[in-house]
Design a protein around this ligand. Structure first.
Ligand code: SF4
Length: 368
């Protein structure tokens, strides 16, 4: 039987929770000003389809294997973000509130801003919400076990919304399918402009579709090869790829949170057959490098390899105002990088401002 009451969840937020004592579990469902009976929950379930999220540590395969459409969105800039709020986090909230197609929302605890945003979404959004805890530490077996247990908890949330728990074979089949789509995207990378590739990645994350042709030969790009490094992109940031290329520096590595850096590792076929859930957890939690991780040495190891392999000669580093995670990394990365680095502060504007364009052009002049 489900009961509803206010509870302090592990994030420290006071929230209305839906508890299933039989499963010793909790999940946030609906608004704090209303409670749902089991019958009401089932009516919600009946109309449910799309599960919206933004964090790369939420495996699309796990949601899809439960029968839902995973949709990792790239939000459009919010028109009136609150002071002190990260523009990306504010835009995500705005998008979740405005898209009627969000049947459920999954958020994660990767930064304080997202925890705050979860509170707002919970307060104002009518869709069921699940807050997933992603530990910052990753080196211990306990951290991996915790991540797996969070996936299992997410699975139970999806089941309560009408999803079907996948068999090992069914999960492995979905994982194989996503692996193939990612391989197709990677294969097409060399034949696409940086912007087109970023758009293809965004479409894959949003809809699980790949509409690129990887058969075209790679074109050598003229100009100074650059990397884009930093947090997640908003939709209007796609123009950055064109602006930087027009200034003479094609972006050959998208190491933003929306780009290649957050692709999970390729699945190991033997482990996929043995224990697909563990393999899924390893490919995401065990492999994706990010600034919020402690230690975040893997971010630098991954970058070192990629910068070298792709012949990168300069870094465009973008962080949002109010984003402590990436802001703190900017200076450290500048000292670490063996190539020149431009730091851009992305504010709450919905366009790329003229002064940003000027700074990009000046940066490219360094390379003669
Ligand atoms: S950009 Fe930074 S503050 Fe904003 S949601 Fe991402 S990690 Fe959190």
């Amino acid at each position: 039987m489900l009961t509803h009451f206010f509870s302090t969840v592990p994030t420290g937020l006071s929230l209305l929770a839906t508890i299933d004592p039989a499963m010793n579990d909790w999940a946030i469902v609906g608004c704090p000003y209303g409670t749902f009976s089991i019958a009401q929950e089932r009516r919600i379930v009946a109309a449910m389809n799309k599960v919206v999220y933004s964090c790369p540590f939420v495996p699309a395969e796990w949601i899809a294997a439960h029968g839902f459409q995973p949709s990792r969105i790239m939000p459009h800039a919010a028109s009136d973000p609150s002071a002190g709020m990260c523009p990306y986090a504010a835009s995500f909230v705005n998008e979740v509130m405005s898209i009627g197609a969000a049947d459920a929302v999954v958020m994660t605890t990767v930064c304080d801003q997202m925890r705050r945003v979860a509170e707002l979404v919970y307060r104002d959004c009518r869709a069921p919400i699940f807050l997933m805890h992603v530990p910052a530490t990753w080196e211990t077996a306990a951290a991996h076990r915790f991540y797996v247990s969070e996936l299992e908890r997410l699975g139970r949330f999806l089941e309560r919304l009408g999803g079907t728990p996948p068999s090992a074979n069914a999960l492995a089949a979905v994982m194989d399918e996503y692996d193939s789509m990612r391989a197709k995207l990677r294969a097409a990378r060399g034949s696409l402009t940086a912007r087109r590739y970023a758009e293809a990645l965004a479409a894959f994350h949003r809809d699980g579709t790949v509409e690129v042709d990887g058969s075209a030969p790679s074109e050598p790009r003229s100009g100074v090869p650059l990397a884009l490094v930093g947090g997640p992109l908003l939709a209007h940031h796609l123009a950055l790829f064109d602006l930087v290329e027009a200034a003479g520096g094609p972006i050959v590595l998208d190491a933003s949170t929306s780009g290649d850096r957050t692709m999970p590792a390729l699945f190991d076929q033997r482990r996929l057959a043995d224990d697909p859930l563990l393999e899924l957890a390893d490919a995401y939690f065990g492999s994706i490098p990010d600034a919020f991780r402690r230690p975040n040495s893997e971010l630098y190891r991954w970058l070192h390899n990629e910068l070298e392999q792709r012949g990168v000669r300069g870094i465009v580093f973008q962080h949002y105002t109010w984003c402590d995670t990436w802001h703190a990394e900017a200076q450290r990365m500048r000292e670490w990088a063996a190539v020149p680095m431009l730091i851009l502060d992305a504010d709450d504007s919905a366009v790329i401002e003229g002064h940003t364009v000027s700074r990009i052009e000046s940066f490219l002049e360094i390379f003669g």
